[in-house]
Design a protein. Structure first.
Lengths: 318, 514
């Protein structure tokens, strides 16, 4: 597979995952806002921007500003509309590598979101918009799994998706833990309850959590679930497992198994597999998540160096 | 006009149909369709009002959703546009196609011999059939190609020749496109859409399929193995595109996908020890045959334009060393220069000792004093073209031009007569097209695609381009043209050779529905 093609598939997938993540987080946050006192706005919005690693603007931060920055902005490359446009542009560059169905679905999603304007009516029906984005992304992944060969190209799509998910999940949790009291192993109530449920919902984890631990929300269990659960697709450990699996298969297909990315991903995976949530909390969740994100960035860089942008002289010599 | 159509008993959708001086593809006489168009007319009549408009809407949406678009240069917003597609097919009966096929095969065979000759011994120049200075002054003549042997001595593997139909109904060649002809993907896309729109009529009409084009193209490319290919049975073939902002990018992705070859950009490749490699995730991999959709000028910054970032440094040396094949070869543009075009009938006679099957359009060379005077005196009736341009750029259409444009071209011609040719304004044939839900006539041409490798393949069909502006004679997509599907009909009883010849002679269309 051409390096440029692999690169495009990887980035396409990362951007689409980011659009999906942002849509879910902003949707949940706007819903939560309905249950808040009217004065609680500004502070929350800043946390939201931080959780999504978007630099906050000077001055007033209100829902309209949020919608413009996080959803519609053309200058913010992480806004939902930008992400979808960039994902589509990446796929357009490698159209012949994906199935026509995949391209048509992503193109349709793109045309749909480009049509929408951020006005009053949009604010009132924003939930429907976010659902469109989420469903569009889900449909795309379903079509991808169902119509594209699960070969090397497909593995880069997995890789991009789960590298991005690891990073965004870790970032969201980091901001959340910073804002909340140290997660305790006891049920929380009222205001705090809503925040923890909000976190679960932002990771589509509420129902899955309830199945595992009942609807009794214990922050420590929430942290455990989102960080270390091996079966839930939006947990950090699950995502890292997937990154690892994709890297192994790519390593086999290209006969570059022993290379750097596999080693870093393996190390991170081992850490998550054998960590205990109590230990993590005792040493500080912040540092732990920070480390996850650093390693994730290293995996990204290593993938680039080994598969996309290697030095040609060295390859010719070997 | 309205009364004419009604008096002729045409259905209401034809109410504004204009009959003019041009050859009409559908109607032999006003109101009476030719035999091979009758079934189509019946279908059009049977559709409920508004249906045509609805179908067109759906077809446009399909094109947009599938991203079958082209890029318009020089405009920022909405640079991706769909290539307008017209839903009324253009129908070519079997006997006419036989003629076209024969003529184009002859023409391309001769042009390939011509290219081999001028880059080697130059017999045709020594014998004075084609003037030497005409060739050496051609912008697309590549000195670098002198004495270089290309596989099978074939320079042009992929050719798209533009044909027009003259008022007497005969076909003539308007232009040869021997460099990187485009549009074949629209031929295939139009067909796909029309099959969806008129499934029954399709089967009954007996239309030749065109869907095997990508396969034929791949076979042609693979038959062009370079001299030093390590695995001559299985050459690694790629399609080289200038990239996503090229106007024909959709076509590049489409063809690469349909052929199952890698779509590469210049930056994906490198040359090491005169061997071309592409950068893959598993390390560098050798490339043997390149179907390049990049112009000569941009192929190799070390050899041609130094500011090109679309090419591969060192590519030409690898080509010279016989380590890679480029299709088409470098320097083929000399044979589709519009001034050289005027000599093609002589070229055919010289190499093949045959009379050309398809004639040229009368052409005035402006380097000739008598011709030049005639052209300048009759500028308002002439079409003037720059010899090295394509895509409808750099053209003057006399009857549709202003005094100022004419003066501008007059000055340009006087300053550089070698750079222009002139042709009398042709009345291209016209065909029924769907315009705003009604049927009207528009001028069209025809671009069939010819492949030449181990053998010659001419897919029965082509791109019929339509000048969508009423009265306009310019069919190029960049100048507001559209396209329509082209149906080449099988001769009646195609399995039986004798009756097929019979049918071809009589010009009977395929099994039309009763």
């Amino acid at each position: 597979m051409l390096s440029r093609v692999a690169d495009s598939l990887y980035w396409m997938s990362r951007y689409l995952e980011r659009a999906e993540h942002t849509a879910r987080v902003v949707d949940v946050e706007l819903q939560l806002w309905l249950d808040q006192s009217p004065q609680s706005g500004a502070g929350r919005w800043r946390f939201l921007l931080e959780a999504l690693r978007t630099p906050a603007a000077q001055g007033v931060v209100d829902p309209t500003h949020l919608a413009n920055t996080l959803v519609f902005s053309k200058t913010n490359a992480s806004s939902i509309v930008s992400c979808i446009a960039i994902a589509r542009e990446n796929l357009r560059h490698v159209r012949e590598q994906c199935s026509s169905e995949m391209w048509e679905q992503l193109n349709r999603l793109y045309l749909e979101v480009m049509d929408i304007r951020p006005d009053e009516a949009w604010m009132l029906s924003s939930h429907g918009f976010f659902q469109t984005v989420l469903e569009g992304a889900h449909l795309f992944h379903g079509i991808t799994d169902g119509t594209m060969s699960h070969g090397e190209g497909w593995q880069y799509i997995q890789l991009g998706r789960y590298v991005e998910r690891t990073d965004t999940l870790a970032s969201l949790m980091e901001t959340h833990f910073k804002r909340m009291a140290q997660p305790a192993d006891q049920a929380v109530e009222s205001a705090e309850y809503l925040e923890w449920v909000g976190l679960l919902r932002a990771c589509v984890a509420f129902e899955a959590y309830c199945k595992a631990h009942t609807a009794e929300i214990r922050p420590l269990r929430v942290a455990d679930f989102l960080l270390l659960n091996p079966e839930f697709p939006h947990s950090v450990r699950f995502s890292v497992d997937r990154v690892n699996a994709a890297l192994h298969i790519i390593g086999d297909l290209t006969e570059r198994r022993a290379k750097l990315p596999t080693r870093i991903a393996g190390r991170l995976r081992a850490q998550l597999s054998f960590s205990q949530i109590e230990e993590i909390m005792a040493e500080g969740a912040h540092a732990y998540l920070e480390n996850v994100r650093t390693e994730c960035a290293q995996i990204h860089t290593a993938i680039h160096q080994v598969y996309f942008d290697y030095a040609i002289e060295a390859e010719m010599a070997s | 006009m309205t009364s004419t159509a009604l008096r002729l008993g045409l259905p209401p959708s034809f109410v504004n149909y204009e009959f003019n001086m041009a050859y009409d593809e559908m109607f032999g006489e006003p109101g009476i369709p030719r035999e091979h168009y009758q079934a189509l007319q019946r279908t059009l009549v049977s559709l409920p009002p508004g249906e045509l408009r609805q179908i067109q809407k759906e077809a446009d949406l399909t094109f947009l959703q599938e991203g079958i678009t082209f890029t318009v240069y020089g405009s920022k917003e909405g640079t991706e546009r769909i290539f307008p597609n017209d839903l009324i097919p253009r129908i070519i009966p079997a006997h006419e196609w036989t003629q076209i096929e024969k003529g184009l095969t002859q023409r391309l065979t001769a042009l390939n011999m011509f290219l081999r000759d001028i880059y080697h011994e130059g017999r045709i120049l020594s014998e004075g059939i084609v003037p030497r200075d005409l060739i050496y002054s051609c912008k697309h003549f590549r000195r670098e190609m002198r004495g270089l042997n290309v596989p099978r001595d074939i320079y042009v593997n992929i050719c798209g020749t533009d044909l027009v139909r003259l008022p007497d109904g005969s076909f003539a060649v308007l232009e040869d496109n021997l460099r990187v002809p485009s549009g074949v993907s629209y031929m295939l896309a139009n067909r796909k859409v029309l099959k969806r729109v008129y499934p029954t009529m399709f089967r009954n009409y007996g239309v030749w399929p065109v869907d095997h084009y990508p396969q034929a193209l791949l076979a042609t490319l693979r038959s062009m193995t370079p001299e030093n290919c390590p695995y001559p049975q299985d050459p690694t073939t790629v399609l080289l595109t200038p990239g996503v902002s090229n106007s024909a990018y959709f076509e590049h992705t489409f063809l690469a996908q349909q052929m199952g070859v890698e779509l590469v950009e210049g930056r994906d490749m490198l040359v090491h020890d005169n061997v071309v490699y592409m950068r893959t995730t598993a390390g560098p991999r050798r490339v043997d045959v390149i179907y390049r959709r990049v112009d000569d000028d941009f192929l190799d910054p070390l050899c041609f334009r130094g500011d090109s970032i679309l090419g591969v440094p060192g590519l030409f040396n690898a080509y010279r060393a016989g380590n890679v094949t480029l299709a088409n070869a470098i320097g083929t543009g000399v044979a589709d220069d519009k001034a050289v075009y005027a000599y093609v009938p002589q070229i055919i006679k010289f190499y093949l000792q045959e009379e050309p099957v398809l004639p040229n359009v009368p052409t005035f060379l402006l380097t000739d004093k008598v011709h030049m005077q005639h052209v300048l005196d009759n500028l308002p009736n002439m079409v003037v073209k720059a010899v090295g341009e394509s895509g409808g750029y750099g053209m003057l259409i006399g009857p549709h031009s202003s005094k100022q444009q004419q003066d501008d071209f007059r000055a340009r011609i006087l300053a550089d007569p070698r750079n222009y040719i002139a042709q009398p304004t042709l009345s291209l044939s016209s065909a029924p097209c769907l315009i705003d839900g009604e049927v009207d006539s528009r001028h069209i041409d025809l671009r069939p695609y010819i492949l030449m490798g181990e053998k010659v393949t001419l897919v029965p069909g082509g791109l019929t381009r339509v000048a969508l502006r009423k009265g306009s004679l310019v069919v190029n997509s960049s100048q507001g043209g559209g396209s329509k599907d082209t149906w080449v009909l099988r001769p009646l009883g195609v399995d039986d050779l004798s009756s097929s010849a019979e049918a071809a002679r009589k010009g009977v269309p395929g099994k039309a529905p009763a």
